[in-house]
Design a protein around this ligand. Structure first.
Ligand code: ADP
Length: 649
């Protein structure tokens, strides 16, 4: 599907138009090669090539005796180079040794070795009157590997260094490091997203409509002395369409749109972030009226001086300060509007949120059932869908999904249908896609031993029985023991869209989670590691009930809800910590006993479900009802639960 076009990926092709072209990295390779070449030439050209190694005996008996030796050079006291006289070189026999060097002089004709401090050799030289010279020379060949290694390392470091910077800059020069890395959508590659592409989010759209108006016609507002917000902060979970909304504003207002992410400012060099902020605003002012969109602004907007044990935050703080300065520096008449998105408004610095900066905060929440329906409609439009596709049911089946998930489901459904060579995307494909998005890919060919399968069947049947017979449990959509992602099997429930839970509801949730382990214990007499994620969930809920929601009598109405990611110091005493741990233990233990008793009571239901699962692998709500009778408590949405029954079954 083409929705991906809406995303502001760093790989966006449009970026290329806005950045200097050319790749200077190639040049550094060339420099390195030239350096190596020069070094080699020196060594090769100037080294003694072509001389013949002879014995010392031959030197004395043939060359010295016949007076052929002009002089000798004793290199490093061990290699002797023999230079012949003119006459000797003219001789037919030695003609081939007449070689001149590139840098002047002759090459020696012969060499031989002597042992170091060979007194006898020197005495003999004296006696015969051969002219000799001592010379110290570096042994290039011996040192060559070291040279190559050194130069190679330098060249590699050099290249690596510039690559790193270069990559971050999209291949531009080091001198551009302080330049803003925003991608710009303007006349040539204008944003084509409009409000009609953004489904749901009605309140958010209302809020930003005014901004579009202002960008199109600023006089209308300034005439009466009004001031338009400088910054709009979109707050909401990832994938809810914040970027999409910002793009739609730019698309509707037909103004240039700078898009970048908070982390684009951050670099390992001090001062770069601030320089980039300055540059961004400079560019924006030149293009005004325009919109700057900073995604994930929490990367730079975290409150200052928090968690600053390392002192490593200075660069980020400088960047934030610069952003604040710039926001103060432009007034809205200049026509630049800053939009930013975050899913952690709680950690943002207060200075960012005060009036005059991001003075409008718009919350973009997860869509409710109606909004999901609208989002499905937007994305399904682009597919060839079969007549049995019911958008309302799809929306009902996907509680908790955000816009990005829905887009993903539609895309998956289209792919699944294509894989099956269908002419249109059917409801069944959507159901499969929802399963896939929620639980990962089916691993049909994963090998599972019969014992393991039995264990999984009882485990899932345990969850299901607990969910069936506990009043506050959510209705069951289906049970599956086909492995998906990391899960060996799963029970999918249809969660109610609610914001608040009471103690009974949470306790029933905990009991349903413990149902898997309890079933293993009761039916198979052993327990397995399969319960790890259940236990994880239970632990989190139990601790939250005691320390955050004040749901424990002995601890009382106390909440230690810390917004910090990792508080280093517990905000309570050791004594209370002990009580908390004990209460959590007691609570979980009681819940486990409760669900075990429940399963014992409904032992035959557990057996029936487990056997049916071993046989069929997947059981839908209707089938469960046939096996173990109707649920004693009404499902909050029976029609939706039943709609999951695929047509093929
Ligand atoms: P965020 O910025 O909040 O993380 P995005 O705006 O990047 O989310 O959303 C990702 C994709 O999900 C969008 O490109 C769009 O295809 C889809 N999407 C999200 N919300 C909506 C929506 N309300 N209407 C239509 N599509 C949406």
């Amino acid at each position: 599907m083409s929705e991906n076009n809406f995303r502001f990926d760093n790989n966006d092709s449009s970026k290329k138009n806005n950045r200097p072209q050319g790749n200077p990295n190639n040049l550094y390779w060339v420099y390195g090669l030239i350096l190596l070449f020069i070094l080699f030439s020196i060594i090769l050209l100037d080294s003694n090539k072509g001389e013949e190694e002879i014995t010392q005996q031959r030197f004395w008996n043939e060359l010295v005796k016949n007076n052929y030796v002009d002089h000798i050079v004793i290199v490093n006291e061990k290699n002797v180079e023999v230079y012949l006289t003119r006459e000797a070189l003219a001789d037919e026999k030695y003609k081939k040794y007449n070689q001149t060097r590139v840098f002047g002089g002759n090459n020696p004709a012969f060499t031989f070795r002597i042992s170091q401090n060979d007194r006898y050799f020197y005495e003999k030289l004296d006696k015969t009157g051969v002219v000799f010279k001592n010379e110290e020379r570096a042994d290039y060949l011996k040192d060559l590997p070291t040279y190559i290694f050194l130069i190679g390392t330098i060249v590699l470091l050099w290249v690596f260094f510039f690559r790193r910077i270069g990559n971050g800059m999209g291949g531009s020069q080091i001198f551009n490091i302080g330049k803003s890395r925003a991608s710009l959508f303007d006349k040539e590659n204008r944003v084509k997203v409009t409000f009609s592409d953004v489904a749901g989010l009605e309140e958010a759209k209302q809020e930003v409509v005014e901004i579009v108006e202002f960008l199109k016609n600023p006089q209308k507002f300034t005439r009466l002395g009004g001031r338009i917000p400088k910054g709009v902060l979109l707050v909401g979970p990832p994938g809810t369409g914040k970027t999409l909304l910002a793009k739609a504003v730019a698309g509707e207002a037909q103004v240039p749109f700078f898009s970048l992410s908070g982390s684009d400012f951050v670099e390992m060099f001090v001062g770069v972030g601030a320089a980039r902020v300055r540059d961004l605003f400079k560019q924006a002012k030149e293009k005004a009226p325009c919109i700057i969109f900073i995604d994930e602004i929490d990367a730079i907007g975290r409150s200052r001086g928090r968690n600053n044990f390392t002192g490593g935050n200075d660069e980020r703080e400088n960047t934030l300060n610069q952003l604040l300065v710039e926001m103060d520096g432009f007034n809205t008449d200049s026509g630049v509007i800053l939009m930013a998105a975050t899913n952690r408004p709680d950690i943002l610095d207060n200075a960012l949120l005060r009036p005059g900066r991001f003075d409008r905060v718009i919350s973009v929440d997860k869509p409710d059932i109606k909004e999901r329906e609208a989002i499905f409609n937007v994305h399904i439009q682009k597919l060839v869908k079969a007549s049995n596709v019911d958008v309302h049911t799809l929306a009902a089946q996907t509680p908790g999904f955000v816009g990005a998930d829905i887009m993903n489901v539609c895309n998956e459904a289209a792919l699944i249908a294509a894989r099956k060579n269908k002419n249109a995307v059917e409801m069944e494909d959507f159901n499969d896609a929802i399963d896939r998005v929620t639980s990962g890919l089916e691993k049909k060919n994963k090998i599972i031993s019969p014992e393991e399968k039995r264990l999984i069947a009882y485990h899932e049947a345990g969850h299901a029985v607990a969910g069936w017979f506990l009043e506050h449990a959510d209705p069951i959509v289906k049970i599956s023991i086909i492995p998906r992602g990391n899960a060996g099997g799963y029970v999918s429930f249809l969660p109610r869209e609610t914001m608040l839970y009471n103690t009974e509801q949470l306790t029933d949730k905990v009991c349903v989670s413990l149902g898997g382990r309890a079933a293993e214990d009761i039916a198979l007499g052993t327990i397995s590691t399969g319960a790890v994620s259940d236990l994880d969930y239970v632990t989190k809920i139990a601790y939250s009930m005691v320390t955050i929601y004040g749901m424990n009598e002995n601890v009382g109405n106390i909440s230690f809800h810390d917004k910090d990611d990792m508080p280093l110091v517990k905000p309570y005493s050791e004594a209370l910590a002990e009580i908390i741990d004990r209460e959590v233990y007691k609570y979980v233990q009681a819940a486990y006993e409760r669900v075990k008793n429940l399963l014992r009571e409904h032992r035959d239901a557990l057996e029936k479900l487990a056997q049916a699962l071993l046989e069929k692998e997947v059981l839908y709500n209707v089938e469960i009802e046939k096996l173990i009778g109707p649920r004693p408590y009404p499902n909050w949405s029976t029609s939706v639960v039943n709609s999951f029954m695929p047509s093929s079954r």
